[in-house]
Ligand binder design. Structure first.
Ligand code: CR1
Length: 760
């Protein structure tokens, strides 16, 4: 950078820093960051990765980019000297609404790691105007509102590049927007986002309602528009096709520009298909290659060599299948190709369950991915084993060499350096700065935990940082009218709301705790239980769970006898910005999915890195966390994935029997529709949830209830009676978190799948 920060800011704003508004300073910093990021763009030689994803949950970018550009400290000081505050200026920035959960956040962590490791890797996605939705809980139930984030000044900049895309035979132009992704002391890559110029934001009325058939006006309004009717499902296919068609055209154009003759595409591009939303890129690329004169068989081979697929879930709802006649409406031009791919797949195996198009005329996107890419990976060791041995076993037997595991990771720049600067500074004091680029160095912190008591002074220092972070969170909540006791244990469950993640198990525990307190059996330490989660708008039971938690929170708040010991907080509109405030302040991390159902989890890694202990099942990456930290430094409970898989296979799980056999469980479930809850909440929602738990409980909450109560109470007791031991175990978690750096994950993808060369 030329000149000091102060000189640059004066040049960009035309006045002294002290005279600028926060808005002016935000814009100036945005422009400064842009200029510096562009300076780190270098031409790509060799192969480039394209990560195609329906979601990129990037979070706010200002601080992250300043950190990665090495400008953060200087900017902060310069602003402070002028009486300004970077964190206040950050409030001006809206959080981009381009994602939903872990899948989208993972994509963003990957982009950060790619750029940090000097690897050429760009994202391809859509520029949603209103994101998933903004969650309003003020009425005691979830209400959805648009979540606008596109302002005149935005990180994603429009370009003159447009690609023609045919939607249901109707031509539209996909405009390319580019967002710079700057690595930590690394190169600048690009997140490419597509959009139509014809989108009409004013067509959204009454929350998030709009006419789903007016495709040119509504196509990119929302991420995952409600697909409970046919128009919604068609809209999702239209969206997916816009993304992959424009994306494929961009990839081919860039590769040709770099010298590819398209026959050698796989030497110029690696394409990672992030879950099944971008799967149509396979037939679309084949179509485009055929248009350029390449024969079908060769085109299939080229695409197979270029593309790889990541599976993120074994839940059927996310393994998309689209009826043939829907696809025919949206992408008639792809149907002959999909038909031929189906023939080809059937010629490779007699197993009809592996077909691309099943006997009912449904197109299985994941099947197309596995047949016609060269790599299929799961996202944690257990998940990949389950794919190989059960869910995708037929495919594994057909293509054993295609299957591999890539355990997820998180970027330590955002999830340590940015969100927890005090912890990062303390670590740097103890082991030097190298951990910022080589996370495995965190292991050096083990020396401070060695003795049974560990290094008392160091542990107290870590405990103090946690206490300060809790106070900061308490005061942030206080500004929102929520008062919590920072001396209490902070227990946090933040993630998408889904029955398999079992927020309802946590809810039942809290009700149980309520009864215990009423009976005079107070917990070892006061407990603050914090939730953050959005439920899919059409997911009724998930919304009922939110309502029940909110109602319980009210009941407890109105009861001083209980609220001295127990507080329940539901933070509305959970997003990346809120996660960054909650995670550094957490003592106990809730990772309580039904074993076998959580593919990996990445929140579990963020909490561990920030010195929380995990309370979890042997599911997803929890298994790897447990192996790394050892069983004394994590609270594991509940049925194993094998037990769960067998229980499903036997088909004889009966929730009602568990409910009737366990008086504590019965008491907790009945409370949902008891007089206290009905007085504060809505009977329709509470009744429905109660019935769901007793008569369905598809995700086997009840069998794990007792074990959960026992382990959680143990955690509370350990925290209360052995604070030093707790700090020591927290530090072991930090020291062992290095494995979960997304730099490690990206290194493995590159070694096994992409084969990119670092650009220096
Ligand atoms: C999984 O549920 C995983 C992320 C990222 C999610 C979660 O366990 O950590 O992907 N899958 O791999 C998902 O959102 C639609 O599927």
């Amino acid at each position: 950078m030329q000149g000091t920060i102060q000189q640059n800011l004066i040049e960009l704003t035309g006045k002294p820093v002290a005279d600028c508004t926060d808005q002016e300073l935000y814009l100036a910093l945005l422009n400064l960051v842009r200029r510096e990021s562009e300076a780190r763009r270098t031409p790509v030689s060799g192969k480039k990765l394209y990560y195609i994803s329906a979601e990129f949950l990037i979070g706010k970018l200002l601080s992250n980019n300043l950190i990665n550009l090495g400008l953060y400290d200087e900017v902060k000081t310069c602003l402070k000297e002028a009486g300004k505050s970077l964190s206040v200026i950050e409030e001006v920035e809206p959080e981009p609404s381009l994602g939903n959960g872990g899948l989208g956040r993972l994509a963003s962590c990957f982009l950060d790691s790619l750029a940090t490791m000097d690897l050429p890797g760009d994202g391809i996605g859509l520029r949603y105007h209103f994101g998933l939705f903004r969650q309003d809980l003020s009425q005691g139930v979830q209400q959805e509102q648009p979540d606008p984030w596109l302002t005149d000044h935005c990180w994603a900049e429009p370009t003159d590049t447009v690609f023609p895309v045919s939607l249901g035979g109707h031509p539209v132009n996909a405009r390319l927007y580019r967002l710079a992704v700057t690595g930590y002391e690394g190169r600048t890559n690009t997140l490419n986002l597509f959009d139509l110029d014809t989108i009409d934001e004013s067509m959204v009325t009454e929350g998030i309602r709009f006419d789903k058939t007016d495709i040119e006006k509504c196509l990119t309004l929302f991420l995952y528009p409600d697909d409970s009717d046919e128009a919604g499902r068609l809209l999702r296919i239209y969206q997916q096709y816009l993304m992959v068609s424009a994306g494929a055209q961009l990839i081919l154009a860039e590769c040709q520009e770099r010298g590819s003759n398209l026959h050698d595409l796989a030497d110029y591009a690696a394409i990672q298909i992030n879950d099944t939303h971008p799967s149509m890129v396979i037939p679309e690329l084949i179509r485009l290659l055929e248009e350029k004169g390449i024969g079908f068989e060769e085109a299939v081979q080229i695409v197979t060599d270029t593309c790889a697929y990541t599976n993120h879930t074994i839940l059927a709802e996310a393994l998309e299948t689209w009826p043939w006649n829907y696809l025919e409406k949206v992408v008639p031009q792809l149907m002959p190709i999909i038909g031929k791919l189906d023939d080809l797949a059937r010629s490779r195996t007699d197993d009809r369950s592996l077909a691309v198009v099943d006997d009912h005329g449904n197109v299985h996107m994941a099947h197309m991915d596995i047949h016609f890419t060269h790599s299929t990976n799961g996202v944690a060791a257990l998940h990949t084993e389950i794919l190989k041995n059960t869910e995708l076993n037929g495919f594994y037997r057909l293509y054993p060499d295609k299957f591999n595991n890539k355990t997820n990771g998180i970027t330590f720049r955002r999830w340590l350096l940015e969100c927890n600067p005090a912890l990062a500074a303390e670590i740097e004091t103890l082991i030097g700065p190298d951990f910022k680029k080589d996370a495995s160095r965190l292991e050096q912190l083990m020396q401070y935990t060695d003795a049974a008591e560990g290094d008392v002074v160091v542990l107290q220092q870590f405990a103090q940082i946690k206490a300060d972070n809790k106070k900061a969170l308490a005061s942030w909540l206080g500004e929102k009218g929520i008062r919590v006791d920072p001396e209490a244990m902070f227990d946090i469950q933040i993630k998408r709301l889904h029955e398999y993640k079992r927020q309802q198990l946590n809810l039942l525990y809290l009700i149980h705790q309520y009864f215990e307190i009423k009976a005079g059996h107070t917990p070892a330490v006061p407990l603050v239980s914090i939730f953050g989660a959005k439920a899919a708008p059409a997911y009724t039971i998930a919304k009922d769970i939110i309502h029940a938690i909110l109602t319980l929170s009210k009941v407890i708040a109105a009861d001083p006898e209980v609220s001295r010991w127990l507080q329940v907080v539901f933070v509305p509109n959970y997003n990346v910005t809120i996660a960054e405030k909650l995670i550094p302040a957490c003592d106990l991390s809730e990772q309580i999915s039904l074993a076998s159902k959580e593919a990996s989890g990445t929140g579990n890694m963020k909490f561990m890195l920030n010195g929380a202990l995990t309370l979890g099942t042997m599911d997803g990456a929890n298994v790897e966390i447990a192996e790394l930290v050892g069983k004394d430094n994590i609270y594991i409970f509940g049925a194993s994935s094998n037990q769960v898989i067998h229980r499903y296979a036997a088909g004889d799980y009966c929730a009602r029997e568990w409910y009737e056999a366990d008086p504590n469980l019965c008491r907790a479930i009945d409370f949902l529709t008891g007089p206290e809850m009905l007085a504060a909440g809505r009977s329709e929602n509470l009744e429905r949830l109660k019935n769901e738990l007793i008569y369905k409980d598809w995700f086997q909450t009840l069998p794990d209830f007792n074990a959960y109560v026992v382990r959680k109470d143990q955690a509370l007791a350990d925290y209360a009676f052995d604070p030093l031991g707790w700090s020591r175990r927290a530090l072991i978690n930090i020291a062992k978190a290095g494995y979960f750096s997304s730099d490690r994950t990206i290194g493995e993808y590159n070694r096994d799948i992409w084969h990119l060369t670092a650009q220096h």
